[in-house]
Design a protein around this ligand. Structure first.
Ligand code: SAH
Length: 270
């Protein structure tokens, strides 16, 4: 069943208490021309804030598709742990790959950073263009992977701002120079203290993280962890570490009820 992202403003309450959603633009085109929906077809939609709406198509008009809200429920496709990936900007498609795979896996936000050895340093005037392009990649991946929210791609962020951004919640920095502390131990310790609702993950650039940078991150509360004796490319390390974190906290487990979860019908008995 296809899942759409809707704005709350698309929800319309009818005088008889029924709720309608009106799709327009690209979504209406996708529904009418690609999915060729007909009245009576079932759809799901999320408002991106954790609510899932069960819909049935009621009408197709020029450029719009209307659907009746049959019920709503909590959108359980989102992981309980909100992961923010701080990724030192990577060259070209490697960055796109990290954003797309990280979105499919369940990362909630991406912070493109500039670390000491970042090779791909965009011109500052290109920062917002890059952010826009990266956000488009994430938005498309969120729709494809039926996410409950569209992850945010934050502005290109200088390293010094990480001190404030990392404050107040657990953070791990994958460091190829770490020789003793494993990701697994770090996650076991976090799980024992009560699975965190928020976790930051820092991954270096192609040139790796400088020891001084790792020391600084540790001073800011990030725990350096090893991903084993082999050196992973950054575009491998980010998605793999996010997957390991999500797996560790059960976020890759099936959701009981899933698509057919218990829904509260608005129009029961109408
Ligand atoms: N300096 C490396 C390349 C860095 S890999 C080289 O000499 O080729 C890019 C990033 O991936 C690293 O900064 C780190 O964040 C992560 N990474 C790769 N392999 C890792 C490992 N075995 N343990 C921890 N982090 C790793």
């Amino acid at each position: 069943m296809p899942k759409f992202f809707i704005e709350r403003t698309q929800l319309r309450s009818e005088p008889d208490g029924r709720k309608l959603v009106v799709f327009s633009g690209e979504d209406a085109h996708h529904l009418a021309r690609v999915l060729r929906v007909k009245p009576g077809d079932l759809l799901t939609a999320t408002d991106g804030q954790g609510r899932l709406y069960r819909l049935t198509v009621t009408a197709l008009a020029a450029g719009t598709v209307s659907a009746l809200v049959l019920g709503e429920e909590e959108d359980r496709t989102e992981p309980a742990v909100r992961i923010t990936l701080y990724q030192s900007i990577l060259k070209g498609e490697k960055m796109d790959w990290v954003l797309q795979k990280g979105t499919e896996l369940g990362i909630a936000a991406f912070v493109p950073c500039l670390s000491l050895r970042t090779v791909a340093r965009p011109e500052p005037e290109l920062y917002s263009k890059k952010q826009e392009r990266w956000q488009k990649i994430v938005t498309a991946a969120a729709k494809q992977s039926a996410r409950g929210l569209i992850p945010t791609v934050r502005p290109v962020t200088p390293w010094t701002e990480l001190q404030e951004l990392l404050a107040g919640h657990p953070a791990v920095v994958a460091w190829e120079g770490e020789r003793t502390f494993s990701l697994r131990t770090a996650l076991d310790q976090l799980a024992a203290a009560g699975p965190p609702s928020e976790l930051s993950l820092i991954i270096g650039p192609e040139g790796g993280l400088a020891p001084a940078e790792v020391e600084q991150l540790a001073a800011w509360g990030a725990v350096p962890v090893s991903l084993g004796p082999r050196i992973l490319r950054a575009e491998t390390a980010g998605p793999v570490t996010a997957a390991l974190i999500l797996y560790h906290f059960g976020a890759l487990d099936p959701v009981p009820g899933g698509e057919e979860g218990e829904i509260t019908f608005f129009n029961k008995g109408r």
